[in-house]
Design a protein around this ligand. Structure first.
Ligand code: GDD
Ligand code: MN
Length: 363
């Protein structure tokens, strides 16, 4: 019987996974556990290494995901593939100290007079915990995000951003359908999605320095984090990406007017020429912004960028037609402002839905 499933997301961790499996065996001496790696088709061929490991170790499993990227969703998929009553989530890069796993498990079940809990978080920021080798900038970012997270979603935890935690299967099952799955912060997502109170405990550990490979947490972290918070706050009514998409749309209107003023007023070009140029510039800027903000996690680069731009132009063309059509129809019976607003809403809705299908495919 398997008591514990350790779920490990991987992206370009080829040099680390073998060592992690070795260390897991050392930390968890009995064999009532398994480790499930979830790899997003790492270009360094992590999956080849994982298959080799799984071939000579029945406690190792591997899920190979194609065409998808995303730490939280990868972990969710890993958890769903297991049947163990307890799940641990740990990074593959050896930064999380696997030797605290037994203490976490004991704490979850209740030990030394302490009650059982539903979630155990390994924390860097409580007495006994620490972080090695971070520069001041990264440390400041992490603390800022921690405070922000606790403001928006009160967790009472010292490290709500931890990627290293343990959860009971029944607790996970309570929220799995409500998870937004965006970004890196599955723990925060989990806690913010709970329908009622959960019992949470913390176990301190020292966050190690990464030896091989590199962090995938780049400038996207703050963005993904904001997306998650947006989604947790408003996602029940409006998808976070639609909010971003609409904000980009508003910026596009400003770009449009700026270019129009410049060409029509400044350079004294014909109105239609100026209007056409302004439309193209605004569409291009909308595309570029959506590509690097709204859909940052699946952004197009290189040739794909241009291909995406073409689909975006085509879709927005229909969007304009829908916008003008609806506004024109309503204008016969309503005031111009209402007609214009309805037109803009229908146009934006169309653009959002269609680009979700053709430009940045929903997965
Ligand atoms: N499957 C999959 N898909 N795995 C991914 C992806 C992805 O898109 N991106 C990253 N990973 C894997 C990495 O291979 C690694 O095993 C783990 O997720 C964490 O990624 P890192 O890039 O090493 O993140 P970090 O060290 O900067 O931050 C981690 O630790 C912090 C402290 O616990 C993350 O877990 C943070 O969420 C956490 O706050
Ligand atoms: Mn790491």
């Amino acid at each position: 019987m398997i008591e514990l499933s350790v779920v490990v997301p991987t992206y370009n961790e080829r040099p680390n996974v073998g060592e992690l499996v070795r260390r897991l065996h050392a930390a968890l001496p009995d064999d009532r556990w398994e480790v499930v790696f979830v790899d997003d088709d790492s270009p360094d061929g992590t999956v080849t290494e994982l298959r080799a490991l799984a071939q000579d170790d029945p406690q190792v499993r591997c899920i190979h995901r194609l065409g998808r990227r995303g730490l939280s969703r990868a972990v969710i998929e890993g958890v769903l593939s297991t049947t163990a009553p307890v799940i641990a989530v740990i990074d593959a890069d050896l930064q999380h100290d696997e030797t605290v796993l037994p203490a976490m498990l004991a704490r979850l079940k209740g030990d030394a007079g302490q009650p059982a809990v539903d979630v155990v978080v390994a924390t860097r920021y409580a007495a006994g915990g620490s972080v090695a080798g971070w520069d001041a900038e990264r440390a400041r970012m992490s603390r800022f995000a921690t405070i922000l997270a606790n403001r928006m979603v009160f967790t009472g935890l010292s490290d709500p951003m931890s990627g290293f935690f343990m959860v009971r299967r029944e607790t996970f099952d309570l929220v799995v359908r409500r998870l937004s799955g965006e970004g890196y912060k599955l723990l925060l997502d989990l806690l913010a999605s709970m329908p009622g109170p959960v019992r949470v405990a913390e176990v301190p550990y020292s966050f190690r320095q990464r030896l091989a490979g590199e962090s995938k947490l780049d400038s996207a972290v703050l963005w993904e984090f904001s997306l998650l918070l947006l989604d947790k706050k408003f996602g029940r009514w409006i998808p976070a990406r639609f909010i971003l998409f609409s904000l980009v749309g508003v910026s596009g209107v400003m770009v449009h007017f700026a270019v129009l003023t410049l060409l029509f007023r400044g350079a004294a070009l014909a109105f239609t020429t100026s209007q056409a140029a302004a439309t193209v510039v605004a569409m291009t800027s909308n595309y570029a912004l959506n590509n690097s903000l709204t859909y940052r996690d699946q952004r197009h680069r290189g040739l794909g960028w241009w291909r995406g731009l073409l689909t975006f132009y085509a879709i927005c063309g229909f969007g304009v037609a829908a916008n003008v059509g609806v506004a024109g129809l309503l204008f016969k019976h309503q005031g111009w402002a209402l007609a214009a607003a309805a037109g803009a809403l229908v146009g934006t809705g169309w653009n959002y839905a269609a680009t979700r299908l053709f430009t940045w495919r929903a997965r």
